[in-house]
Design a protein around this ligand. Structure first.
Ligand SMILES: [Zn+2]
Length: 292
């Protein structure tokens, strides 16, 4: 049921076939090459050059002096401990919360009350602040244009940018990507120019799907399939400047009855295949019984 397009080709990053990569745990198993690619963007297109990296760097031989995305001093220092030291924080905050530099007391309190379990239900969701709490519960809406509109509704000062464009003063840069119809994901630029992110209820980190430092989220690896996941955030939606001089209010999403999969998550957050099968059997039954 969920195999519809997982293994389609044409991804920009790191999906070449090799012989000795770990096998995927589904019937469409395919091997994926584990060679990190150069993260230096072409100044005109923003795309990667496609060459392998020189070991110990994130660039190919030709791009060792690649210029970094500019900063304006509004970027926050990388401090993973703000989220990672407390399970009630990291289990109840997702990539969206982290990109917007939000630590929400309500999320922490709700998560603690729940014994630090099932705290994904308290995740912030784009749109939730202004009445669109369940906007992304329908998986098919998890794609660039929809999520972009929702974050701009949540935070009207958000503006579009590019890798080499400097953000206006008092703003820092984030990036939005998507695995269309499955999930969205955010990254943010830190004070040293590198990028960090938080996938679902996991801890904050600074490496990409190939365990490389993130110099540029557009050219970094976002394909988690070699790890046994079904996620490949292959759509790059864009860079955005977001306010860094004030606290940004965000709204909590929530699981509707039929859509238990939370957006802004990660593959380790996703229900097991068995759970999904049971859920879809249940909804099929419901459809049948409703007819009578
Ligand atoms: Zn290169």
């Amino acid at each position: 049921m969920r195999t519809r397009r997982r293994l389609r080709g044409g991804a920009a990053v790191n999906t070449d076939v090799i012989d000795n990569a770990p096998a995927l745990p589904n019937q469409n198993r395919k091997m994926y090459k584990l060679t990190p690619k150069c993260q230096c963007p072409d100044p005109a297109t923003g795309k990667a050059c496609g060459a392998d990296v020189v070991k110990g760097t994130v660039f190919c031989e030709q791009h060792q002096d690649c210029p970094m995305a500019p900063r304006n001093g509004c970027e926050k220092p990388y401090r993973p401990e703000l989220y990672n030291k407390d399970p009630a924080i990291y289990k109840s905050h997702n990539c969206y919360s982290y990109a917007m530099s939000v630590i929400d007391k309500r999320n922490i309190a709700s998560c603690r009350k729940n014994g630090n379990s099932n705290c994904r239900q308290f995740f912030h969701q784009p749109g939730a602040l202004h009445g669109e709490r369940f906007a992304l519960n329908a998986a098919e809406r998890r794609k660039c244009d929809v999520v972009e509109k929702l974050i701009m509704k949540d935070v009207p000062e958000v503006t579009k940018s590019s890798f080499y464009q400097k953000c206006p003063i008092n703003k820092y840069k984030i990036a939005l990507v998507s695995d269309d119809g499955e999930d969205y994901h955010f990254y943010k630029q830190d004070a040293d120019g590198y990028w960090s992110h938080k996938d679902g209820s996991n801890k904050v980190k600074r490496y990409d799907a190939m365990k490389q430092p993130i110099f540029n989220p557009q050219t970094a690896s976002r394909d988690y399939r070699w790890q046994g996941s079904d996620l490949n955030y292959e759509s790059f939606c864009g860079f955005y400047c977001v306010p860094g001089d004030r606290e940004i209010p965000l709204g909590q999403g929530g699981a509707s009855r039929r859509q238990k999969k939370m957006a802004g998550g990660s593959w380790t957050d996703r229900p097991s295949k068995g759970t999904r099968r049971r859920a879809s059997r249940r909804s099929a039954m419901r459809r049948l019984t409703r007819r009578h």
